[in-house]
Design a protein around this ligand. Structure first.
Ligand code: GDP
Length: 506
């Protein structure tokens, strides 16, 4: 029978991270530590661990932050016993690491809520904010800064306060990742809807673990079982049905199930083993920026690594600023902020865009130099933008490897969507995998374009056409949207994509 990765890790007394490392080594694919693995694999892992333990001195084992690592030269009784690891453990990097990654403290999870319109994303966020953010901190005012910190019995959870996958994807499209966990809200009286599928596709593309919250279970017409069955059709199998997917019934109206949801978030976070070093160099991402009539430019930044202090110099894109003042998400003035803390910063001269990465600089001079460097790099890139021809290898991927063609499919009816998907499935071969990231009814959206741009996917439309606005975004992102009215032409295009000989468009 199958075993969940974290269960096995616990049973065998090894860290989740180590378990994943072994699986990587074996070439076994998994989605997260809550994925299940086959019995054969379990046996292999046990063997590997047993061998490691028996040898104890293998080079492999010394690379690990096992109990042996801290032995160092300091302990006199050890050297003779373990001459090999001594030599291997000598480098300074190892000595510094001394407990490896386990020295880096845990950080709170950052959660995003996505789902179909009217399924209750905003209501759920409101309920959590109302019940889990201490009122006295907020000073009676609930201001929207793009994120908030909920205090739960299991610790802090940070919620991104802009529901929907647009915010999520905008941030991802700029190369940043903010969310650790995605909550997919599905109304129990409505089940899976187009934007539910989109939200799932976005979370999957970002490889962010998902938790499904079946909302509105207070309604008499609520049918959570139907939601679960519908999810199975997307290959998302709820735990009760033997799968990996955590599904929690909730009501944003009555609050039923919300505690459970928070608990599952904490559990998932624990399994993900989220860590960040507050002593590392600062790194963060802009959640949102705005101009306040009184205060001026305000930017909410998520601290991802290191610690921010009032007075620090920050660089965002081609701008820099000095932190004049900082408030936490509840509006309280703070002097410093560590990992997984959303902070509102006063001190930028330009409004930064969400998703932009933020760095710190030692002083104003250093900040200016970073900015000047970026301006130069951009100019060089602009000058070099004479279309370079791709080599065959760049187009096809390394020889002998399996190539994946990422597609987003949009069609006029569910019937066409299914028909096209059926044909696409038959086009797969040992060398080429066709990954339909999202298949939906209706014209492609801006969200589709952002998803396509992060995944290098092509958008294929059948009997639907993108709006001018969407086309413009696609052009600016270099995303191909191809529209067809005749199914054979669409198939021909897929064949071209499979062969990799995409005709250059001039
Ligand atoms: P969003 O578009 O996903 O952000 O959805 P909203 O939070 O705006 O909710 C849409 C509608 O559903 C509103 O009228 C809410 O009052 C209602 N609603 C949200 N959650 C629940 C719930 O748990 N139970 C019931 N009965 N109604 C809900």
């Amino acid at each position: 029978s199958k075993v969940r990765i974290y269960t096995l890790a616990k049973d065998l007394g090894v860290e989740n991270a180590r378990m994943l490392e072994i699986l990587d080594g074996l070439g076994v694919s998994y989605k997260s530590v809550s994925s299940t693995i086959e019995e054969d694999t379990v046996e292999l892992i046990k063997q590997i661990l047993a061998e490691e333990q028996a040898e104890g001195t293998s080079a492999e084992a010394t690379a690990e932050p096992t109990v042996q690592a801290p032995a160092e030269q300091a302990t006199p009784e050890q050297p003779a016993a373990a001459p090999v690891p001594q030599a291997k453990a000598a480098p300074v990097t190892d000595a510094q690491g001394d407990g490896g990654t386990s020295e880096v403290p845990h950080r709170a999870p950052v959660v995003t809520i996505m789902g179909h319109v009217d399924h209750g994303k905003t209501s759920l966020l409101d309920y959590i904010r109302k019940t889990k953010v201490a009122a006295k901190e907020a000073g009676g005012i609930t201001q929207h800064v793009g994120a908030f910190e909920a205090k739960t019995s299991k610790g802090k959870i940070v919620f991104i306060d802009t529901p929907g996958h647009e915010a999520f994807t905008t941030i991802r499209a700029r190369g940043a990742n903010v969310a650790d966990i995605a909550i997919i809200v599905i109304a129990a009286d409505d089940s899976l809807m187009p934007q539910t599928r989109e939200a799932i596709a976005h979370a999957q593309a970002a490889k962010v673990p998902m938790i499904v919250a079946i909302n509105k279970v207070d309604l008499p017409q609520a049918d959570p079982e139907r939601v679960k069955t519908d999810l199975t059709q997307l290959n998302l199998v709820p735990e009760e049905y033997g799968g990996d997917l955590v599904v929690v019934p909730v009501s944003a109206r009555t609050g039923e199930g919300v505690e459970d949801l928070l608990e599952y978030i904490s559990l998932t976070a624990e399994l993900e083993d989220l860590r960040a070093d507050p002593r590392a160099a600062f790194g963060g991402v802009v959640i949102e920026g705005k101009v306040d009539k009184q205060a001026g430019v305000l930017a909410t930044v998520m601290v991802q690594e290191g610690t921010l202090h009032v007075g620090d110099f920050l660089v965002v894109g081609e701008n820099y600023g000095k932190i004049k003042a900082m408030t936490d998400s509840a509006g309280a003035r703070i002097k410093e902020a560590g990992p997984s803390t959303p902070v509102q910063i006063l001190g930028f001269s330009e409004v930064p865009s969400s998703g932009e990465k933020v760095q710190s600089a030692k002083n104003e001079h250093a900040a200016r130099e970073v900015v000047a460097g970026r301006v130069d790099t951009r100019r060089d890139a602009e000058n070099a933008r004479v279309q370079r021809r791709l080599t065959l290898e760049e187009m096809m991927g390394p020889l002998g490897s399996v190539r994946t063609v990422n597609l987003i499919l949009r069609a006029d009816t569910q019937g066409s969507v299914e028909a096209i998907q059926g044909i696409l499935a038959r086009k797969e071969s040992d060398d080429v995998k066709i990954n339909v990231m999202l298949a939906g009814i209706g014209a492609p959206t801006e969200g589709d374009v952002l998803l396509a741009s992060t995944a290098e996917a092509t958008i294929l439309c059948f009997s639907v056409t993108p709006s001018g606005g969407v086309k413009k975004v696609a052009d600016s992102k270099g995303v191909d949207i191809k529209s067809f009215r005749i199914i054979y032409e669409l198939i021909d295009e897929v064949d071209r994509l499979i062969k990799g000989n995409v005709e250059p468009v001039f």
